[in-house]
Design a protein around this ligand. Structure first.
Ligand code: S3P
Length: 186
């Protein structure tokens, strides 16, 4: 990655928000992009957990999904008002019309698009995602893909993720953001 491309993306006066389904790599790649750009990184799930004093799984179990979604809306509304940063949003955040509109208006949204096999293998064996604990994860992820992919497609930048080194995905994300901004400038 040439320095001018990195410098161009670092100078974008907007927060970069990662959206996409569970397991696509929003937090992992988001953290790397933030480090490269010298920006703070925020994970919306972690912020909701800190505010509620319990894990996402416990919030779903004890307070219910609507309470989690309300917390998610509030946390993301606060984060996008802050100085330019990188945010990894929870997989359902961009599905909410208010949050989606706010993110599209205030941030540059990057959808990490992944195929079903990759999502299944990346989420396997984890017990932190309540939505995947209610049945067969492959079936649930498949249904969520059908419902959510048309909405994630509203992100300004789309990057296909593969089973590849995260350094490579990170660089492809930076290049895709730079290319998007160049088209916007024209
Ligand atoms: C959810 C995704 C999770 C978390 C919660 C609900 C979803 O975040 O917010 O379990 O609705 O897709 P990740 O996408 O970071 O796993």
């Amino acid at each position: 990655m040439s320095d001018p491309i990195l410098a161009r993306v670092a100078a974008i006066p907007r927060t970069i928000a990662f959206v996409g389904l569970m397991g696509c790599g929003k937090s992992h790649i988001g953290r790397r992009v933030a480090a490269l750009l010298g920006r703070p990184f925020h994970d919306s799930d972690a912020e909701i957990e800190a505010a509620a004093g319990r894990s996402v799984r416990d919030i779903f179990a004890e307070l219910g999904e609507p309470a989690f979604r309300e917390g998610e809306r509030r946390v993301i509304a606060r984060l996008i008002e802050g100085p330019p940063a990188v945010i990894a949003t929870g997989g359902g955040a961009f599905v909410d019309p208010t949050t989606r509109a706010a993110l599209r208006q205030k941030a540059l949204c990057v959808w990490l698009r992944a195929d079903l096999d990759l999502l299944v293998s990346r989420t396997a064996g984890r017990t932190t995602r309540p939505l995947l604990l209610t049945g067969d994860p492959r079936r649930i992820l498949g249904e969520l893909m059908e419902k959510r992919y048309p909405l994630y497609a509203e992100a300004q930048v789309v990057v296909d993720t593969r089973d590849e080194a995260s350094e490579i995905t990170t660089m492809r994300v930076i290049a895709a953001i730079a290319a998007h901004c160049q088209t916007e400038d024209r």
